[in-house]
Design a protein around this ligand. Structure first.
Ligand code: NDP
Ligand code: MG
Length: 383
């Protein structure tokens, strides 16, 4: 039987790890054609050796580390701008698990391949906006969302139950759901990167703590599933067993229940959904003493309110919101701004940007690059 040839972009990260653990259990079915990282070449080397991968990619600036590693016998791809050359006529599945917006150009190239892409990176979907589906449709590229909420929605919509009224995304609430304003004011980087349920990369963990992750996911859902913003909402569900609900006109909602485990959405890239049996975990509802749902306190966590605002504004606004967040999260990690200012400064900068620049209704990549440059030079972070 022909194996499923897979490339993992971002193999050294948290999503990469979950993907590798599925592949490790199914060597007769899945083969890894290529893996990439940013700078963690020693981890990449171990992965490549273990899975007998011949193509490896890393960013140019990590060449310093590469000298210490023997990559003879491998085909190497240095710099993200060459990563798409890994794809061959044999490639069946591409996992796009690089974090952040820096690899947007790579994603655009991937969307033109006509392959099957499992996409975890929400930042790039948001910035591409309507162009994301436009490109994938034009090039007949199959998209499987890997973000747990969107993967749930994707499979629920496949049930084809007809028109629905709205979609609800759930948020675990992150580590500070029970914090008051005073406590939020003192949150440290170390506290913010520790998520109570998911073990994820630093940026998404901080996004979960500010609820910016849910704000971004609402916008991600809008573009992935072609929805109006008034069809979308979010609630807190601390147990993270239900990831999304489809709400129908007759008062019925459908949902999929599963333990929070990213291997479940990722396995749907290789196996018929709900047929994958090697996770050694069955969902036991009797072990769930409670499934709770709470409204989101938008005073304490204003990210969601801002997301709806930028979706209404449209054009460049969702991208700017996303780009600002990435910059502000990094400034928080560098201890240059406070935790609460990640979202507060986003709102302040959004206002400033649109008072000095006009919105563009159908922005292209060059419009985004121009505004990014403006933001890089004019970002306000307080006095
Ligand atoms: P991690 O930070 O754990 O991993 C990121 C991966 O991308 C690493 O392999 C990293 O390499 C690589 N990378 C980072 N920057 C670059 C760059 N500029 N060029 C090339 N490679 C780069 O992130 P996660 O796995 O947590 O998240 C990945 C994406 O998936 C994010 O967009 C996130 O929002 C999304 N996501 C993640 C979930 C999760 O459970 N983790 C859930 C849902 C969505 P290196 O190791 O060398 O730094
Ligand atoms: Mg998610």
């Amino acid at each position: 039987m022909k194996k499923i040839n897979t490339i993992i972009y971002g193999a050294t990260g948290s999503i990469g790890k979950s993907a590798l653990s599925i592949i490790e259990k199914n060597p007769e079915l899945i083969k890894i054609e290529g893996v990439t990282c940013n700078t963690n070449v020693s981890k990449l080397y171990k992965i490549a050796k273990k899975f007998n991968v011949k193509k490896i990619g890393f960013n140019e600036r990590s060449l310093r580390n590469i000298k210490k590693t023997n990559f003879s016998g491998f085909r190497t791809f240095s710099d993200c701008s060459t990563f798409h050359d890994m794809i061959s006529s044999k490639t069946d599945v591409i996992i796009y698990a690089i974090s952040g917006l820096q690899s947007l150009d790579l994603l655009i190239r991937l969307l033109k391949t006509g392959k099957k892409i499992g996409i975890a990176n929400k930042e790039c979907i948001i910035s591409l906006g309507y162009n994301f589906n436009k490109l994938s449709k034009k090039y007949k590229t199959e998209i499987i969302p890997l973000d747990s909420e969107h993967n749930s929605i994707y499979h629920l919509l496949k049930q084809n139950l007809g028109n629905f009224k709205s979609i609800t995304l759930t948020a675990s609430g992150g580590p500070f759901f029970y914090f008051n304003k005073k406590q939020l004011n003192k949150v440290s980087v170390e506290q913010a990167v520790k998520h109570p349920i998911w073990n994820m990369g630093k940026k998404i963990s901080i996004d979960s703590a500010t609820l910016m992750n849910k704000a971004l996911e609402i916008i991600e859902a809008k573009y992935l599933f072609n929805l109006d913003e008034d069809q979308l909402n979010a609630v807190i569900h601390p147990q993270a067993i239900i990831h999304a609900l489809i709400n129908y006109e007759n008062g019925v909602s459908t949902a999929i229940l599963n333990n929070p485990d990213m291997r479940i959405p990722i396995s749907s890239l290789f196996f018929q959904y709900n047929k994958y049996s090697k996770l050694n975990k069955t969902f036991d509802i009797t072990k769930q003493s409670k499934l709770e749902f709470f409204p989101i306190d938008e005073i304490k966590f204003p990210a969601l309110r801002l997301a709806f605002q930028v979706m209404k504004m449209g054009g460049l606004a969702p991208h700017i919101f996303n780009y600002l967040n990435e910059k502000l999260v990094h400034l928080f990690m560098e201890k240059k701004i406070k935790f609460v200012d990640i979202v507060n400064l986003n709102e302040i900068n959004l206002e400033k940007i649109f008072s000095k620049n006009s919105n563009i209704s159908k922005p292209n990549l060059s419009d985004m690059k121009i505004i990014n440059y403006w933001i890089d030079n004019n970002l306000y972070i307080g006095n």
